[in-house]
Design a protein around this ligand. Structure first.
Ligand code: PA5
Ligand code: NI
Length: 186
């Protein structure tokens, strides 16, 4: 007879995984050198302050296989700039990804290889198709944790170097107002 197994599960209100083999990585303020434009404000924040956690389910590796990961991005500001993920192109540039908003509110910054940037609103239930050849970064513009679920090919890899000079847009908060500004020279 066919046996039915219990897969891992994700609590849609909190983005917490349970069951399955979960691997967790914490990114702290001190890890994000060069990411925020206000160097003095960045240095004033204790280096061990967590900015985001990524929880990933163990997946088979190889061409055609997929990872599932949850990013929990804390609310906060470095100077006037919202907390955000480092952001990356995929090493295998042509590989896309799908993000789903789970909780909190924020923005997904997308940028193509021509340096053209755009923003999508992330909120619980939002679905984001990240095409190939497109860098991506999450920005928490809210006051609670922003959690987003991601599914991407295990062969995609992360290229953090190509955008080490920064994205073409910066998102800041002034007295509760969210502003997106073009940055000269990327
Ligand atoms: O696969 C993804 O795009 C996400 O899981 C990110 O890796 C995650 O949000 C953390 O961002 P970054 O890898 O840019 O530090
Ligand atoms: Ni990615």
């Amino acid at each position: 007879s066919t046996s039915i197994s219990m897969p891992p599960d994700v609590a849609f209100l909190t983005g917490q995984f349970s069951g399955g083999n979960v691997i967790k990585k914490v990114t702290r303020c001190g890890d994000l050198s060069g990411v925020f434009h206000d160097l003095t404000a960045w240095q004033a924040i204790p280096a061990d302050t967590p900015v985001y956690e990524v929880e990933m389910l163990d997946s088979p590796q190889g061409e055609g296989e997929l990872y599932v990961g949850m990013t929990h991005l804390h609310p906060g500001l470095v100077g006037d700039e919202f907390y955000m993920t480092r952001g990356h192109f995929h090493q295998r540039r042509e590989q896309g990804e799908v993000y789903f908003g789970i909780r909190g509110s924020g923005l997904l910054l997308l940028q193509n290889e021509q340096g053209e940037a755009r923003l999508e609103q992330v909120s619980p239930g939002s679905v984001h198709i990240i095409p190939g050849n497109t860098a991506h970064r999450l920005i928490n513009t809210g006051t609670e944790i922003l959690s987003a679920l991601a599914v991407w090919p295990t062969v995609a890899g992360h290229d953090y170097r190509s955008l080490a000079g920064g994205f073409a847009l910066r998102v800041t908060g002034h007295e509760g107002k969210i502003q997106a500004k073009d940055v000269q020279n990327g």
